[in-house]
Structures are given as structure tokens and as C-alpha cells.
Design a binder for this molecule. Sequence first.
Ligand SMILES: Cc1ncc(COP(=O)(O)O)c(C=O)c1O
Ligand SMILES: C[C@@H](O)[C@H](N)C(=O)O
Length: 358
Amino acid sequence: MVTRTVDLRSDTVTKPTETMRAAMATADVDDDVLCHDPTALRLETEMARITGKEAALFVPSGTMGNLISVLVHCDIRGSEVVLGNNSHIHIYENGGISTIGGVHPRTVKNNEDGTMDIDLIEAAIRDPRGALVYPITRLICLENTHANSGGKCLSVEYTDQVGELAKKHGLKLHIDGARIFNASVALGIPVHRLLQAADSASICLSKGLGAPVGSVIVGSNSFIAKAKILRKTLGGGMRQVGILCAAAIVAIQENVGKLEGDHKNAKVLAEGLNKIKGIRVDAASVETNIFYFDIEESSKHTAESLSKYLQQRGILVMLEGPSRVRIVLHHQISESDVQYTLSCFQQALTGVPDQNGI
Ligand SMILES: Cc1ncc(COP(=O)(O)O)c(C=O)c1O
Ligand SMILES: C[C@@H](O)[C@H](N)C(=O)O
């Protein structure tokens, strides 16, 4: 019988802590659509301070945060956004910027480090003289950290360069900062400096920070005023939302300091897996809390059979292909969970019983 769960599927799987639940139970609330829920206001004020932006707005999800941000910047029919071909907005958000917002995506190849070559971004920007036949480029989107590249951090130098390029062409810059706190901790650079070049950002509270729900979008007062209207249009205007924001405030207070531990655990797990015959992982390139590994052809396992084996031992992973698996660490994975996971992988791939005799 499985007595232990090690959930490595994502950093979205964390459960609210007792402190979060206590804060939720006693949250000071009001109708956030009619005025401003006092706890939502506290969270938004704090997030504006942390990010160095004029204003902030709580939204139910990162997907809605990105959608609202793109739609505010691309509020004219025929708008186009330049974004990564391997970006979350392009891959995992149901094409919402197009299906709901009518915005045309113009993808540029993401490099392995999550960046897009600056010259390729510039080449993707439409020449306004072709307006008769071209969509009009209005926005560039970056993602920091870049999830599909394995939680890679975009440097502040690169971000500033893209910001300069956007300004040069009269465009806006949005950063999908679902894991911007991970980037800040890994790079040792404050969040506000990583976002300095951005006109807007969407920041997940429900990932590494461990809040049960929500994201915050940040930007100018004018941007947030328009975003608030769009949030209502999309059904994201909520009533006593302070119950959720109270947990998010606790998450910011308690969990930013734990992100470095998540990154260390990811590195230890990746290095340990790399020593197991039949698994290939670029452990040296692990920067934050996400990495991928490949199962070698010589192995007796496929990704699916391995994940089933692990699940029987309480370990949950996310499959990314027939022989590719994603691992995501979070604050509810302990060092001993990492060692237990390594012993189960060892046993699965080599048949050598681990210390538990599994
Ligand atoms: C990079 C990135 N951006 C945005 C999102 C969307 O967040 P949500 O799941 O809250 O919609 C996710 C994952 O969930 C993500 O990994
Ligand atoms: C799968 C994806 O949508 C989610 N953001 C995750 O990283 O788990």
C-alpha cells in the first residue's frame, strides 16, 4: 500500500499551508467588483511595490492574466503579437489570444535557454508600410522563467535588449512571469529589475509561491484600469476574493525564501538521475525547479511504464512524450522525498532493490 506521495507533476499541485488556511478563514473581505476587497487591495499594493509597477490586479489564473494583458495591448482589430513558438501562451492557453481576442500570433523559435534571437524578433515585426496586407505588430511577449525550456531564466540584459527593441518599433513588452520569483532567486536579481523593461507582467501566485489560486497582473495605472474591465468581461471579476488573496499574501511572505531550496532539490534530483543507467538528463543546465529527462532506448521502460511504476510507489510525474518526462520541484517536496524518489528510479531502471526492499 502506498503510504507516501511525492508529487513532481508541477508546482501547481501544492496544498495550502495551515497558515494560509487560517488567513483565508479570517480574511477581511468585501465585494471586489463593487469596490475593492480590502485584502485584494493589500495584495495588489504589495505586488505593485515588489514589481516596481504603478498598479496590480488579482486574476483567477495565469492563463487569464496573459490573455487580459495581450488583449489590453492589442486592442485594435488586426493586431499581432510576437511570441515564442514554445511559449506557454502559444502552446497551453487554447489559443485564447486568437479565439477570444482576435489577436494574430507571430511565432519566433525559442532557443534552448528560453530566449528568442533578437534579430529574429526584429525580423518578425511587420513593416507598417505593408498595412494593406499585413497584421500590425503591437506586442512582444517573453516568458521568465521559461517553462518548456526547463525553467530557464532570461537575463536582465536580454530582457532590457528586447525592451529597447520594442521601444524602437513603438511596441509594448509583456512578460509571462508565472515563475518570475524563481528567476529572481536563481539570478539574485530583484523582481522589479527583471520586469523593468516590461509594460506588463503576469505573475503566478499558485506555482512556486504555493498559493492555492491566482495570479496578479502588473503595469501602469492606465493598463490596469483597462485590464480590470477586461477581467470583468471574461468573468474574472470576483466578489469576496480576499479569501483567496489572504492565502496569496501568506505565500509571498512565507515561500519566496523556499524557492532556493526547490532549485537545490531539483539539481540534486537531476544529478542523481543522471547517474542511473538508462536515464539522460542535462543536470548541469538545471537553473530553477523544472527539468526534463529522457529514457534511453536501451531501457526496459517507456515514459508511460516508468510513470506507472513510480505511481505505484506514490511518485507522480508529468509525461512529455514516449520517452520524455518532466520533473517539477516545489516547497512540499523534501530532501528525503528526493532521496526516496532516486531510490525508486534506481530500482525501476536497474532492478536493484532499494533500501526499502521495493
Ligand atoms: C509559464 C506559464 N505561464 C502561464 C501559466 C498559466 O497559469 P494557470 O495554470 O494559472 O492558468 C503556466 C502554468 O500553469 C505556466 O507554466
Ligand atoms: C502544464 C502547464 O500548463 C502548467 N503551467 C504547468 O507548468 O504545470
